[in-house]
Design a protein around this ligand. Structure first.
Ligand SMILES: NC(=O)c1ccc[n+]([C@@H]2O[C@H](COP(=O)([O-])OP(=O)(O)OC[C@H]3O[C@@H](n4cnc5c(N)ncnc54)[C@H](OP(=O)(O)O)[C@@H]3O)[C@@H](O)[C@H]2O)c1
Length: 242
């Protein structure tokens, strides 16, 4: 049995991931953006989950969230699921996973990417704050996939994975999505909890329990290093072990 934090678990893929982990007998810490959004996790709390609250677009709240997770006790894995397709894409999709990876001392981290990362621009933003909409969703998913590869290289003591859940009919995916919603949580939950040998190699990009090739920039070590340095400078948070 593992203890897993799932960010953005009030709806969509994150809610399905948390529910499936609970059904499989794991302990789960769910996460809501605000007290007003907690109701989306009521069924998960009734099934035994604990909850932490914080807006991932706000750096101070992400830091407080890491402390709140710590206060509840150690977790074995974090599934960095929360994401937005517009608005503060860099803050929510890249900065928050970086800070939570650095601050939550879990041995496994599973980060939601997207096939759309292949259309992203492989250069660093000049402004991480999200105050202006400077970069696209695809850019943010390329950057966070590069972050996973960089953390895997810098931190051989961690297991870090990126997952493409497929295009599925959630609030973000929309009603015409053609992917299999029932499969969209499966790979993340498996990577967070399994001892299967193929899942114990860090740095992969996964789709339905198989690794896939990424945008070539993901494996650019200079870009990985520059990204980690830029995020450390923006957040004031170093990745321990660098
Ligand atoms: N759906 C797809 O087809 C698809 C495809 C590829 C990748 N993905 C990725 O899969 C992940 C989950 O997507 P989804 O389709 O389940 O999206 P969703 O239905 O829109 O759910 C997103 C979740 O993230 C939370 N969230 C968003 N902004 C937040 C913030 N500022 N602070 C805290 N929580 C926040 C949401 O909370 P609220 O309910 O409070 O907004 C919600 O719980 C995302 O990372 C997405 O990029 C999805």
């Amino acid at each position: 049995m593992a203890r897993v934090l799932v960010t953005g678990s009030t709806t969509g893929i994150g809610h399905a991931t948390a529910a499936s982990l609970l059904r499989d007998g794991h302990e789960v810490v769910v996460h809501a953006r605000s007290d007003a959004r907690r109701a989306g996790a009521d069924d998960l709390l009734a099934a035994g989950a604990e909850i932490v609250v914080g807006d991932l677009a706000e750096l101070t709240q992400v830091l407080a969230l890491a402390d709140a997770v710590d206060d509840l006790g150690p977790v074995d894995a974090v599934i960095h699921n929360a994401g937005v397709i517009d608005g503060p894409v860099l803050a929510v999709n890249v900065v928050a996973p970086y800070v939570l990876t650095a601050r939550v001392p879990a041995p496994r981290h599973v980060v939601l990417s997207s096939s759309m990362h292949r259309g992203g621009r492989p250069d660093l933003p000049t402004d991480w704050s999200g105050a202006r909409p400077t970069r696209s969703y695809s850019d943010s998913k390329l950057l966070v996939t590069t972050l996973v590869a960089g953390v895997a290289r810098r931190r051989p003591d961690l297991l870090v994975h990126a997952v493409d859940p497929g295009w599925v009919a959630t609030r973000m995916g929309g009603p015409s999505a053609s992917g299999d919603l029932a499969l969209s949580h499966f790979t993340q939950a498996w990577l967070a909890t399994t001892d299967d040998a193929e899942a114990l190699t860090s740095g992969g990009y996964w789709f339905h329990q198989r690794t896939r090739r990424t945008h070539p920039a993901v494996n650019d070590e200079a870009l990985q290093d520059a990204l980690l340095a830029s995020l450390a400078e923006h957040t004031g948070v170093d990745l321990p072990g660098r």
